[in-house]
Design a binder for this molecule. Structure first.
Ligand code: ADP
Ligand code: MG
Length: 644
């Protein structure tokens, strides 16, 4: 990319020099024509090649074709008159400068994010068996290694704290500047900076799978997608290009034919000439530059808030969102469960699967072992509740049943941990408990062994987010969950969500989202699904706009989503919708403005009163104003009063 960038600046420089030189030097017409032609090819060869490929592949017309047709038209004119070469080259030159301007803006907003988490050239301290450290590049450190992170250092690999304590600044990942205290057993993410204390961390992921690398890769892909994805302006060009080319053809043909029939004289030269001028001034540089720039300004503005929008097409879709569907656990709630009660059903059922301690302790002990295989927030809570690692128990055959629970063999006994439906699958009869909270049942060898009550709290901004979304014109807010109906109703009630579906499996969630999508008037209305990717990645992929909670969530979520909220704050969804809606307003203003001026100039051109110089000048003027308008987006205030 850097190479391409430098290349284009050199090309712009050479082109400007050649135009200038050919303009002031006293050259014979042929030489100056050759100089202009050279300048034209230097600045425009890539556009011409792309346009030719488009036409050859029958891919429809895009802005490159438009630029090629317009500038070649200008060349036709210039050759005919032996004058006006400057305009022919200038149109292409302005287009390229505008493109550069645009990608500069995009790069800048991207760099804001990447600079903070890029760990290029940094080392990790890997602990050796004798307890001493070795410095190594993070790429070379496999999962399962022990690394030491000192105060002031950045964590380069995801892992779990083995010992020590620290205070992490995760601003680069989440935008949150308050430090987070971590201690033994807690997961830490690459990209965070350890402000104080020393941490011994067991890495759980290699460099390529670690959060920071994942985010960097996402940001890069979002950039690459820009040129591939079907863009707004490309869709526009698909209608506009044939329309102007057709009009130009009619302008060249009809009046002369009319003249021929009525007066017997055709005046071909006059009308072919006007048609060419028409073609050249039809070139909508202002639009072609300002519309994508507006989308990128929106993407950049969102990036500043820790909202990663994976491509500019999602800005448009976000602006159309009318239905928002939330997953509960980890999305509206913190997904940080606390164990509130442990209710074993007696020693008989627990058997000798584990020994020692009270019945309560044994139940927790078993559960923690089974959950050692799961990444679910429930699993993490149960692991923390009983730090069972390395006690000599034999744990094998861990298997997760999405949306239901987890099973494994502990010391030769088959243990199932999960919801009521899962107990039935395991052949045990769950005892229901009137307790408030999420009930996690346990069965040992098909016999019911008791349950553990855990509770989660709603995120501090969840209620404000629901309200803010309603204010942004979201008509329908829905909550989905795999959890029981009682807990679901309590959470929904607290947040002011009236439509709730509970006890769902991942496939049910997809079905419900499809039903809700069918209720919308596509494509002007859209549905956004917000989840953490645990048991809902298929829904994230299926929704018009999939919003993943947290690059901190699961890999699958971040892959499947179109928008990633880095800090798991549901309020950021409202911010994203607001930025997108503002973005679309600016896009529409710019389109109306640019096309209005364009039609005016085209009419002047058809009537024979607009010169090429005037047309190019008008276009550049409109472009500057449209770009300034787009930059307004950088100053959108995204937060509602309540949360400041
Ligand atoms: P949500 O839709 O609220 O995000 P999930 O679909 O992730 O919930 O999980 C639904 C239910 O399945 C949970 O409430 C829990 O009872 C059970 N469950 C899922 N995974 C596990 C697990 N690893 N351990 C225990 N129970 C689990
Ligand atoms: Mg979930």
């Amino acid at each position: 990319m850097m190479k391409g960038q430098k290349g284009i600046f050199l090309r712009i420089g050479i082109t400007v020099f050649l135009i200038f030189f050919a303009g002031v030097a006293d050259l014979n017409p042929l030489t100056s024509m050759i100089l202009y032609a050279a300048a034209y090819f230097i600045i425009g060869h890539d556009i011409l090649r792309e346009a030719a490929e488009r036409i050859k592949d029958g891919d429809g017309l895009d802005e490159c074709v438009l630029m090629a047709v317009a500038t070649l038209g200008a060349w036709g004119l210039a050759l005919y008159e032996n004058d006006g070469y400057t305009e022919a080259v200038a149109v292409m030159l302005f287009y390229q400068i505008g493109e550069r301007f645009q990608s500069y803006a995009v790069d800048r907003s991207r760099r804001n994010v990447t600079a903070l988490i890029d760990s290029h050239g940094e080392y990790v301290h890997v602990e050796k068996e004798d307890g001493s450290w070795d410095d190594a590049l993070p790429e070379t450190v496999p999962a399962g290694s022990v690394i030491v992170v000192k105060a002031g250092e950045k964590i380069l690999l995801d892992g779990r704290v083995l010992s020590g304590s620290g205070s992490l600044n995760m601003a680069a990942l989440t935008g949150e500047s308050l430090p987070l205290d971590v201690k033994r057993g807690q997961a830490v993410l690459s990209g965070s900076v350890n402000l104080q204390g020393v941490l011994r961390v067991e890495t759980t992921k290699g460099y390529n799978e670690s959060t920071a690398t994942k985010i960097l890769r996402l940001i890069e892909e979002a950039g690459a997608r820009k040129s591939r994805a079907e863009q707004f302006i490309t869709r526009f060009a698909r209608v506009y290009t044939p329309a102007v080319v057709g009009s130009a053809a009619l302008l060249a043909l009809l009046p002369p034919l009319y003249g021929l029939i009525v007066n017997g004289t055709a005046q071909w030269y006059v009308w072919v000439y006007r048609a060419l001028i028409f073609l050249v001034i039809s070139c909508p540089c202002a639009l072609v530059i300002s519309v994508p720039l507006t989308f990128f300004a929106a993407v950049g503005r969102a990036g500043k808030e820790g909202i990663l929008i994976k491509g500019s097409q999602y800005v448009e879709r976000l602006a159309h969102v009318k239905t928002v569907v939330f997953d509960k656990t980890g999305t509206l709630t913190k997904g940080k469960f606390d164990v509130v009660a442990v209710h074993p059903s007696g020693l008989a059922a627990l058997g000798d699967a584990v020994s020692g301690g009270t019945e309560e302790e044994r139940l927790l002990h078993l559960t923690a072992h089974v959950e050692s295989f799961s990444a679910h927030p429930i699993a993490e809570a149960l692991r923390i509740a009983y730090a069972a690692a390395g006690d000599g128990c034999a744990v094998a055959g861990g298997e997760e049943v999405a949306g239901k629970g987890m099973r494994a063999v502990v010391n030769g006994h088959a243990v199932c941990v999960g919801n009521g439906a899962f107990m039935e699958d395991c052949g045990a009869a769950p005892v229901h408990c009137g307790c408030e909270g999420t009930i996690i049942h346990v069965a040992v060898d098909g016999k019911y062994a008791g349950h553990i009550v855990i509770s989660d709290v709603v995120k501090p901004h969840a209620a404000v987010a629901v309200k803010a979304l309603k204010e942004k014109g979201i008509r329908r807010l829905v909550m989905l969950t795999g959890d029981g109906s009682k807990t679901a109703a309590a959470v929904a009630d607290e947040l002011g969500i009236t439509e709730v579906y509970s006890e769902l499996l991942p496939a049910d969630k997809v079905r419900i989202v499809e039903g809700l999508t069918a209720d919308l008037r596509q494509p002007v209305e859209a549905l956004a699904f917000t989840g953490d990717g645990l048991n809902d990645a298929p829904v994230l992929a299926r929704a018009d706009v999939g919003v993943a909670m947290g690059a901190l969530g699961s890999d699958a979520a971040v892959e499947a989503a179109d928008v990633v909220l880095m800090d798991d704050d549901p309020l950021k969804l409202a911010a994203a919708v607001k930025i997108a809606q503002k973005g679309m307003v600016v896009v529409k203003e710019n389109i109306v403005f640019a096309i209005g001026i364009k039609i005016f100039v085209l009419l002047l051109g058809a009537a024979g009163t607009a010169t090429m110089g005037f047309a190019v000048f008008a276009d550049v003027g409109v472009m500057v104003l449209a770009v300034l308008n787009a930059l307004r987006l950088l100053f959108v205030n995204t937060l509602p009063q309540e949360s400041r």
